[in-house]
Write a protein that binds this ligand. Structure first.
Ligand code: ATP
Length: 336
């Protein structure tokens, strides 16, 4: 496997800027998630790595070698798409040997390689089955085996869970996450679902409007979002305005001791779980959604700002009720 580097990649279609000056690196063996709203440039980024798109500006490197103008079939990239798109007129083994055959690998070697991969992915007994007769999880493994059979430098996965029901998705994402870990593949995982990316990826790149907003570990991106977009796209945050001075932020209705070097006006990103019931802040409940183990409250803070608070499901206040809240200052994040 290789590392992949994108250097100042821009891709325009006429007036439309799909990708706008992206620099990023997928380290050898890591799974990098790419998340962002519809149209932010995720698929274009993936297609640029695969070689289906030539960037308008910038370079793509595999292990330092410039592949910007190398055609897709010579890049040795493994692709896993939505719902796997397996060939239904072929057996599982034929699906897996297809890529190596196209790359001119001899019949014995490609059969051996396919059987090794099927064994490794624990689906050896399915080799002679038709993909249409397999479960979603089994199809996913076949799709992965097929992509890995060409011994790719990098594996590219584009929304591979789309179309699966929520329960299966949750199970498969854990399975696929550990498989990618165990196989030590360099992978780019495109999804619009930030939770899926957090569960599966070593690091996450957040895109908006064709630009890279932040790249880091799931915990980093969640706990230390660099801007308001990231604070709201990865999980939800209530954004409160305050004045920072030393290690204190004055929100007007309360003061927080926080870890920041900022001074002057700042935005404080507060997660729904960074707030507890019982504290000095008198807030008004706007809406309470009972979700079993927890209740999500939409509240209005004393300065009129809206905030979302997650409390224990035992607690179910009515709308318009006043609740006393405290903010866990050591958990909130100051956007500088
Ligand atoms: P989604 O999550 O909806 O799949 P995405 O983040 O993958 O979106 P892209 O498919 O990369 O987004 O598209 C980025 C932008 O570039 C969009 O505004 C899209 O309309 C535009 N775009 C992509 N491909 C083309 C094309 N071939 N011609 C013109 N515009 C394009």
């Amino acid at each position: 496997m290789s590392s992949v580097t994108l250097e100042a990649i821009t891709k325009t279609y006429g007036e439309e800027v799909a990708v706008d000056g992206i620099d990023l690196r997928i380290r050898d063996g890591e799974t990098l998630g790419v998340v962002g709203p519809s149209g932010c440039g995720k698929t274009t980024t993936l297609r640029t790595i695969a070689g289906f798109e030539t960037p308008t500006e910038g370079h793509v490197r595999f292990d330092g070698t410039d592949v910007t103008h190398v055609p897709p079939e010579r890049r040795h990239v493994g692709l896993v798409f939505q719902s796997y798109a397996l060939f239904e007129t072929m057996t599982v083994r034929e699906n897996v040997t297809f890529g190596p055959r196209m790359h001119g690998v001899g019949p014995e070697t490609r059969r051996e390689r396919a059987d090794d991969l099927l064994a490794m992915l624990d689906i050896a007994e399915l080799a002679d089955r038709n993909p249409a007769t397999l479960s979603g999880g089994q199809q996913q493994r076949v799709g992965l085996a097929r992509a890995l059979a060409i011994e790719p430098h990098v594996l590219l996965l584009d929304e591979p869970m789309t179309g699966l029901d929520a329960e299966l998705k949750r199970r498969l994402r854990d399975e696929l996450g550990s498989l990618l870990d165990d196989l030590d593949v360099t992978a780019l995982y495109v999804t619009h679902d930030q939770e899926e990316a957090m569960a599966m990826c070593d690091r996450i790149a957040v895109l908006a409007d064709g630009r890279l907003q932040q790249i880091g570990s799931p915990a980093d991106v969640y706990r230390r979002p660099e801007n308001e977009f990231v604070a709201n796209f990865v999980g939800t945050s209530s954004l409160l305005t305050g004045t920072a001075d030393g290690n204190r932020v004055d929100l007007g209705f309360t003061e927080l001791e926080v870890d920041t070097d900022a001074t002057g006006e700042v935005t404080v990103a507060v997660r729904p779980t960074d707030v507890h019931v019982g504290g000095p802040i008198e807030a008004t409940v706007v809406d309470a959604t009972f979700l079993g183990e927890r209740t999500d409250l939409a509240v209005e803070l004393p300065d009129g700002t809206s905030a979302t608070v997650r409390v224990d499901g035992q607690y179910q206040p009515a709308a318009d009720e006043t609740v006393s809240l405290g903010i866990d200052a050591d958990r909130v994040h100051v956007l500088e």
